[in-house]
Design a binder for this molecule. Sequence first.
Ligand code: FAD
Length: 319
Amino acid sequence: MAEILVLVEHVDGTAKKVTFEMLTKARQLGEPSAVFVGAAGQAATIVDKLAEYGAQKVYVAEGEDFVDHQTAPVAAALATIVGDVSPAAVFIASSPGGKEVAARLAVRIGSGLLPDAVDVVDGFVATQNAFGGATVVQSTVTAGTPIICLRPNSTPPEAAPAAATVQPVEVSLSDSDKAARIVERVVEAKGGRPELTDAAIVVSGGRGLGAAEKFSVVEELADALGAAVGASRAATDAGWYPHQNQVGQTGKTVSPQLYVAVGISGAIQHRAGMQTSKTIVVVNKDPDAPIFALADFGVVGDLHTVVPALTQEIVKRKA
Ligand code: FAD
């Protein structure tokens, strides 16, 4: 079977869920090999986890250069492995960093690249959202080795243990690979909620909330569901919620199993960031709000009544 490289998306050696989703998808189409690029000694801590999700090999490129110089050295490592093993395809997370690595890799190896894929089937035909999410297209790469960036939450991760063999990779980095250097890292203060782009459930609030303090209604529902909190741009522009929580064309793209839109009208720019969510639930007082066109379940009503009642019922059933 054809080998498919999966670039491990990780934070300080801890793999993110999208890595296991990509390994699961790669297993459906060929033989997955994980590629770990990071600081010295980190790979050893996650090889077992990668094997648990079916990685038959783990290519490892470690060293401080991969940590200090952003994405170019990661692309160089991948290009080296592609040159050595001629894989059938390369899967990379459709995160901002992942897409930058993918673009650099595409230039280096002269291959086509498909970002923002929500599915891939035989022949490496990817389902993609184009034009801000307004159009869904099926695409293939016609030149070189297909490089496909998969959105988090596109494939349910399924364990299928394999005996991963570790293969160290020597990468020679040029001066231009090291042209940009990270000089400082500031760790963002985090609450207890999941990361917005990785979360399986997202509850978002919009202008319909009416005031910053009313976001507590959204947060309480999110906490009852173990969800991340999102917001429309109207809400973030009003200063009701931080900009890093904005979902949409100029915010973050999410594709959770469940997306709950509370007091959000469903402007095209908001839809661009959430319309590939598996199940969409809407609470809006206007039955003609465009967001209802996307909804699997909708409640026409005042969010200040509906959402607390929903939260109360969920808490009661979980007790
Ligand atoms: P509104 O459109 O005002 O909708 C509020 C909704 O709340 C209404 O449907 C109303 O019926 C409902 N409501 C009111 N009160 C209640 C109540 N008590 N109970 C229940 N429902 C109630 N927007 C984004 O979200 N993300 C983006 O990334 C983004 N990028 C943009 C980029 C560009 C270039 C531009 C031009 C715009 C962008 N926008 C983006 C803005 C977008 O066009 C909309 O203005 C915005 O999404 C509207 O936010 P909203 O749905 O919260 O507010």
